[in-house]
Write a protein that binds this ligand. Structure first.
Ligand code: HEM
Length: 470
């Protein structure tokens, strides 16, 4: 009973969160219009019919109405089936591999039903990201989820036919709507927020001051102490960098807050595969962002005090870098402070630097995990790039390449500029016996980053072959 109650509370909080998210949006147009960088941005928001506000949508969601059109069940959908749901009376669309029934949402869409219909019957991920990548569609459409988008395959039906759920299909089934909602609500609880989005212009050293949440919003946050997620329109979608002209990709940022945490999100552009690192020095937050061979420094002089530990998450595909800091004083800020952006410098050659061993962990009988923290300045290694370890053996320099492993590999969060290497020991090898016997505090020389891996969108392919080497 207690857990059921708990679950209900979470669900309703999640819904409340969604409400706040867009409620703020409508309250905050004044602050966005004061930002000159946004004025050129053509808005196409339409006036919703009475009874079609966000609140009404949430109410409809809670009314028990069958919003996904298949009695709340979740099942896979092939592109062929998806394409058959493309009318106003029966519209499905897919975003990031999930198919939603948007029929009921159409009159509630702030951009108007016609705009939303542009995505009907297709994988609308690109379209969606072009218009408003910040919109929390998965919360808004949680009850409209039909299921995962699966490739058209002759055996797909047998594998995924959920209409008579076999053990096989059970295994492949997506989490239930309730599970999804609870997961989202938990996430929101942990991330209660008041974001304010501002465009970072391409000009260097450009200072941008965040705009405050409205009075109504502040009192809502403070009086309720509920998680608040507010999404405000960001500036126009980032323009893909013109590498021919050698210009750095533009950045955008926004910030969100809870009474305890501040999160800065920096958007580098879709498929930009950025690398990032962050630290607090003299009360200021410094974030270094590497994209497409360019290094940018973003500095925040916060309005109030922040403190370690920082958390950094890089979303390679969407190009978002998220830095989360703790607030010294637990309260809602009016402004984030002053953001400034250093001039972009081209990363023309890899850096060589000494790193200190911060953490050593045995992963298996012959593999060690090392966390190495640069003594001066970071080496930012985007996804698919690598570093080299240099070591002199009998006056001869020995160099080996390693691809750092992601954060999922260990619990060592500590230093955000730390590189984590998984080293397999070969007793007859040159470098691995040395690396696997390093102790805390030892110094290692690294250089990097190396590599020219670029993320690309794969056009319609049904079969993939993976070649694994070691
Ligand atoms: C994929 C096809 C879609 C197109 C072409 C589209 C288009 C638009 C346009 C033109 C606007 C108004 C301009 C603006 O505020 O930026 C808008 C706003 C909005 N749309 Fe969509 N949309 C699509 C899908 C969706 C989906 C799937 C959702 C989520 C359920 C959604 C939710 C919203 C929200 C919440 C706003 C208001 C955003 C804000 O004020 O910041 N849209 N959309």
């Amino acid at each position: 009973m207690a857990s059921q109650l708990n679950c209900l509370v979470h669900i309703s909080v999640g819904v409340y969160t969604m409400f706040c998210c867009l409620f703020k949006r409508s309250l905050s147009s004044d602050s966005s219009s004061s930002n000159s960088s946004m004025s050129s941005n053509p808005r196409n928001k339409c006036v919703l019919q009475p009874g079609h506000s966000l609140m009404d949508w949430i109410r409809l969601g809670n009314s028990g109405k069958d919003l996904n059109g298949i009695s709340g069940r979740i099942r896979p959908v092939t592109p062929t089936e998806l394409s058959t749901h493309s009318t106003q009376e029966d519209a499905w669309l897919a975003i990031r591999g999930r198919v939603y029934n948007i029929t009921y949402y159409l009159p509630y869409h702030p951009g108007g039903p016609e705009e939303l219909m542009r995505g009907a019957g297709i994988d609308a991920t690109e379209l969606f990201d072009k218009v408003h990548p910040w919109v929390n569609y998965d919360s808004l459409l949680a009850k409209c989820l039909v299921g995962p988008l699966r490739a058209d395959r002759p055996d797909a039906e047998e594998l995924f036919d959920i209409t008579n759920a076999s053990p096989k299909s059970e295994r492949l089934r997506e989490p239930s709507k309730a599970q999804e909602l609870v997961r989202k609500s938990m996430e929101n609880l942990a991330n209660c927020i008041t974001p304010v989005r501002k465009k970072i212009t391409t000009k260097s050293d450009d200072n941008v001051k965040g705009s405050p949440p409205s009075k109504i919003m502040q009192s809502l946050i403070q009086s309720s102490d509920l998680p608040v997620s507010i999404s405000r329109r960001a500036a126009s979608s980032p323009i893909k960098s013109d590498k021919a002209q050698g210009s750095p990709p533009p950045l955008r940022f926004d910030w969100i807050q809870t009474s305890m945490k501040l999160t800065i999100s920096i958007y580098t552009g879709l498929l930009a595969n950025p690398g990032g690192c962050a630290k607090i020095t003299d009360g200021r937050l410094h974030v270094e962002v590497a994209t497409d061979g360019w290094l940018r420094t973003v500095q925040l002089i916060p309005d109030e005090q922040i403190k370690d530990p920082l958390q950094l998450r890089v979303f390679s595909e969407s190009g978002k870098i998220e830095v989360m800091a703790s607030k010294v004083e637990h309260k809602v800020w009016k402004n984030v402070g002053v953001m400034s952006f250093g001039a972009a410098t081209q990363i023309s050659s890899p850096r060589t630097l000494d790193c200190r061993v911060m953490h050593v962990e045995r992963v298996s009988h012959d593999t060690m995990l090392l966390a190495l923290s640069p003594v001066s300045g970071p080496v930012i290694v985007p996804l698919g790039h690598h570093i080299r370890v240099h070591h002199k053996i009998n006056d001869k320099e020995c160099i080996r390449s390693y691809t750092p492993v992601g954060d999922g590999w260990d619990n060592f969060g500590g230093d955000l500029s730390a590189l984590k290497l998984a080293i397999k020991r070969y007793d007859t090898g040159d470098l691995s016996p040395y690396l696997t016997s390093l102790k805390l505090g030892h110094l290692v020389t690294l250089s990097g980053p190396y590599g020219n891996f670029q993320l690309q969108k794969v056009r319609r392919h049904n079969k993939f072959f993976y070649i694994c080497i070691s």
